[in-house]
Design a protein around this ligand. Structure first.
Ligand code: ADP
Ligand code: MG
Length: 187
């Protein structure tokens, strides 16, 4: 079944020579998928274009190949889906239904700020999956600044649960989209 990946990206296609810094060993270890069995989360943090979505999709494709169910959507799409369930009075059922997926990928946390109601929905998602299943999150905002995305007290509680059993991968460097190849702009 389709996992909703925006495009198929493989870990093998990730050029680890591209001049940006990230923890290659951690990414290689994540590719072995131990985090799925351990119900741990993965958080990719870094500026735009540094390959966060690529790595998240790459892990997702691997997990699918290993027989796990995976669902990919942007933070905004997850927010809309959870808000729809809440408004229909079936948020608890929706959260339980998502348990069938060993891995949920939440892409682009931080590109749009969320109101308190939506922050509460993300808190419930993270709290529900805590020590039960995995979330793979990409964000341009360090976790310590998530209060700028999710205003109010739920930001701290959210980050606390998300980060407690998480592999945090920081990626630094310039955008791969803007890279220069042999003195010329790529693509
Ligand atoms: P981000 O999600 O961090 O904004 P993306 O993962 O969307 O960045 O990467 C932007 C584009 O550059 C994608 O097409 C991705 O496949 C490619 N890309 C980024 N980093 C690398 C890399 N190190 N090796 C190969 N392709 C890369
Ligand atoms: Mg991205």
């Amino acid at each position: 079944r389709a996992a909703g990946f925006p495009s198929r990206k493989l870990l093998e296609e990730f050029d680890s020579e591209h001049p940006h810094s990230f923890d290659r060993e951690t990414v290689a270890r994540l590719g072995k998928l131990d985090f799925v069995a351990a119900h741990r989360n993965v958080v990719f943090v870094g500026p735009p274009g540094t390959g966060k979505t690529h790595l998240a999709v790459g892990l997702g494709v691997r997990a699918c190949q290993a027989g796990h169910s995976v669902r990919f959507a942007t933070a905004e799409e997850w927010a809309a889906r959870l808000a729809g369930a809440r408004d229909a009075g079936r948020l608890a059922e929706e959260l339980s239904a998502l348990d069938e997926h060993a891995v949920l990928i939440v892409d682009e946390v931080g590109y749009t700020p969320f109101d308190a109601g939506t922050a509460g929905l993300f808190f419930q998602l993270i709290a529900h999956r805590y020590e039960r299943s995995s979330l793979v999150v990409t964000t341009d905002r360090p976790l310590g600044r998530w209060d700028e995305i999710f205003g109010g007290p739920s930001a701290l509680a959210m980050v606390d649960r998300l980060a407690h059993h998480a592999e945090l991968v920081r990626i630094d460097g310039e955008s791969y989209r803007m890279r220069r190849v042999g003195g010329a702009w790529a693509d």
